[in-house]
Design a protein around this ligand. Structure first.
Ligand code: CAA
Length: 264
């Protein structure tokens, strides 16, 4: 792959968008390679993915404006579908994906971060949906996910004004979970990924599914989704061993052990 790097270590995968000269802007090739990178994640060994951008200036500065500039209506729609299909794949990816947002997250950059489960930002990160200043709407999920994350009023304000916001404001409105000095961002993202990877993997996956699917339906239907995914955890090695470990600890605190969950 020319523009995407995939590495895996200690149950954590790291996908880096590596098109630094164009501030990691998303052209069709980057989108295709990101698709390939997610396909390359071995779900038997990797339990959490961190998605980031190369360099210390930009996470992703949006969809590629040069490529979009000559598209017809039909081609524009197809380009939107290409981005949406990929971002839906990230959103529904079986294991958690953490966005480590190391700079500009504009347009498609803000949108790809919103398809991730958790957003951590560096203190120099800048967020925005500048599309209406370019004569288009957000096209990779911005009109759909931003309102779900920060609320309707703030999403409409950001999208209609095309005004960028800095990391501290993104934190204040709930667009990101935490802000770190640039030099610490990856370390903190990997630390969180390791914590997630150390927990029972079937349970973590089922939590992601229950939260995502529950948000699309009524609370009654959501409760049914939860019951099924809760039930699905039982009789697994991880459930039996996780609970047995708790009970052993109660008998004798000396027996406190970290459970090596098996994804089984
Ligand atoms: N598409 C293509 N190329 C881009 C790009 C983008 N979105 N963003 C930056 N680049 C390129 C620049 O053209 C430039 O390339 P050259 O060196 O070949 O000229 C290089 O990256 C560096 O960019 P700048 O010189 O502009 O860097 P800067 O520090 O002066 O400004 C910036 C940084 C404020 C992020 C500015 O680059 C910028 O405003 N970029 C565009 C941001 C944007 O509008 N994104 C939304 C795109 S639309 C979209 O994403 C639609 C959607 O929803 C799917």
């Amino acid at each position: 792959m020319e523009y995407v790097i995939y590495e895996a270590k200690d149950m954590v995968g790291v996908i880096t968008i590596n098109r630094e000269k164009a501030l990691n802007a998303l052209n069709s090739q980057v989108l295709d390679e990101l698709n390939e990178a997610f396909d390359a994640v071995d779900l038997n060994t990797v339990r959490c993915v961190v998605l980031t951008g190369a360099g210390d200036k930009s996470f992703v500065a949006g969809a590629d404006i040069g490529e979009m500039s000559t598209l017809t209506k039909a081609e524009g729609e197809a380009f939107g579908k290409k981005g949406n299909d990929l971002f839906l794949k990230i959103e529904k990816f079986p294991i958690p994906v953490i966005a480590a947002i190391n700079g500009f997250a504009l347009g498609g950059g803000c949108e790809i971060s919103m398809s991730c489960d958790i957003r951590l930002a560096s203190d120099n990160a800048v967020f925005g949906q500048p599309e209406v200043g370019l004569g288009i709407t957000p096209g990779f999920g911005g009109t759909q996910r931003l309102a779900r994350i920060v609320g309707i009023g703030m999403a409409k304000q950001m999208i209609y004004t095309a005004r960028n916001i800095k990391a501290d404001e993104a934190l204040r409105i709930g667009l990101v979970n935490a802000v770190y000095p640039q030099a610490e961002l990856m370390e903190q993202a990997l630390k969180m990924a390791q914590t997630i990877a150390g927990n029972a993997p079937i349970a973590v996956r089922n939590c992601k599914k229950a939260i995502n699917e529950g948000l699309q339906v009524s609370i009654d239907e959501g409760a049914v989704i939860e019951e099924k995914l809760f039930g699905d955890c039982f009789e697994s090695y991880d459930q039996k061993e996780g609970m047995a470990n708790f009970l052993r600890k109660k008998d004798d605190p000396a027996k406190v052990k970290h459970v090596a969950f098996k994804n089984a």
